[in-house]
Write a protein that binds this ligand. Sequence first.
Ligand SMILES: [Zn+2]
Ligand SMILES: [Zn+2]
Length: 259
Amino acid sequence: MGLAGYIAVAIAGGLGMLFGIGGYLEWRYYRRRDRAVEWKTQPGRWPSRAARRKELLLGAANTVGASVVSGWFAHHVASGGASSIYWDLETHGVAFSIATTLVYFVVTDGLLYGAHRLLHRRFFFRHIHRVHHRWTSPTAFTAPAMHPLEFALYQSIMLAPLFVLPIHVVGLVVVLVYQNTIAFLDHSGVALGSVLPWQPPPRFHDDHHVHFHVNYGQTLGVWDRLFGTWRRAGKAYGADVFTEDQPRAGELVDYRSAR
Ligand SMILES: [Zn+2]
Ligand SMILES: [Zn+2]
């Protein structure tokens, strides 16, 4: 398969995930607007038609742009170009392969947290990250809807370790699919639970879109706990203009019970 083939497959995969997961959630939840209190994180808030159209177009455009880069990278690796990805499990053994997959996941998730916090500094927020925060009641289609530079920054974080950290191709694919699926679900606006103890449910990132300067984590909750950015009930976070029923002010919000 030539370069064009790799790019075509990457675009199909990217758009397939976006419209597959987003479309499923539309069908499963969003057409039940009359019963929003039962499933929606913010039953009283809905994005306008214009906002929905914009998230769809911007999200799809970013996905296509990033897929061109991913397709190029896959072609580069497949044709023997420099990278630290390996195919043969016997090269390093199973334990090593699992360990470096976990290292890849934790390191990139930590870097995504750091990059996201940096984007909340006044200058970067005004010029770049503000675009993504246009959506205060996000849907799955909001996940890739952001300034293209922000998308490129996140993609670079995922790509850079692949030149230094030895990682088995299956581990890499598992992490990428997992991270992307969570990004869609975290923006879904659907009050789903989380069965994974290290990962807060969608309401956690949904609150990031309501309160802005809080809950920066992508998949792991540990970064916000470690660096004191986990949302505290009743505390104002700059753009905290929406009120809701809250437990005692100052306590860390328990997202497992706050469904
Ligand atoms: Zn978001
Ligand atoms: Zn943000």
